[in-house]
Design a protein around this ligand. Sequence first.
Ligand SMILES: [Zn+2]
Length: 358
Amino acid sequence: MEKGIVVSKKYWEFDYGREHPVRTFRIKLAFDLMKDFGVTYNVVEPEKATREELLIFHTPEYLKALEEERVEPSMGLGNQDNPVIPGLFDFCCLVAGGTLKATKLAVSGGMFFNPGGGMHHAKRDKASGFCYINDIVIALKEAIKSGKKRIVYLDFDAHHCDVIQESFYSSSDVMVISLHQEDAFPQTGKVSELGEEKGYGYNINIPLPRYSEDEDILYIFEKLIIPVIKAYEPEMLFIQAGVDGHKDDPLTALYLTTGIYEKIAELIKPLLPPSVVITGGGGYDMINVARIWTLFWAKLTGKEIEDVLPPWFLRIAIMEGYEGPGIRDIPNWSGRKDTIKKQIKERVSFLRENLPFF
Ligand SMILES: [Zn+2]
């Protein structure tokens, strides 16, 4: 299978500003760490998405405001979450173009990872949750246009993929599967939201209680997500690999370790369809983002990684408060927290009873 990373140094030359939680330097760290472990394969330079491509999802009025880098409160532009910064439009177009590039390459067979992508909160006429252009909706529409059937979109970012759900809620073109912290931004994504009309059964939400940990996620994958993907036999798989569910992420309250991200990759690997697109997503501790994306991508592409860190990375990690010495966290399988387990079990049972794939 052809595989590679879609990335540009322009991703990290753009800066959201010192007050903002998103640090684009995490992409450079992740890319350099992957390079060090020999898992970058083909490195592909993205091209900016064209106006026509952006219009597949966004309104002309919104694009105009974004292009003019205008503060426009009604469009979510220029607030604390979504600052308007010189170079913003070009950056957004390049990131969206990156996910489109990954998609076009994957459509003809392959697996491509755009770590700059994954802007699942951007609305058609409004910036939201650090996201301005919804590279994912645009790319999914491209995949549908190219004739792909049975597309699965899997999103394990700690935040619900509200706009992806909305965009395909009454359609069977994309099966949307999301795990997310139940009380986090944007406060959407209930277990009872199963889709409507032709889309009924094609929207799967597994909200996670605070402090859910690795074994809870493993349970959900083993009992629900893996059987669904197996039964559905997708032609194409998109994964939004936000890693803000990590236990040390500053914005969320989940309790995951590197172990579960490797486990997810291991479980999905035998089910991979011929076309796979991975995007980045949340993750607000740079060191954790780099470690997890490297481990996840390596496992998915069948490369075993030793539990070490190169000295250059370890130096930066120590400055950021991570002491290593390995790339992996200490395993965290406590077997405690019974209320969380009970809630998750109920949600999984509800879905198994109500989804047409069981
Ligand atoms: Zn997130």
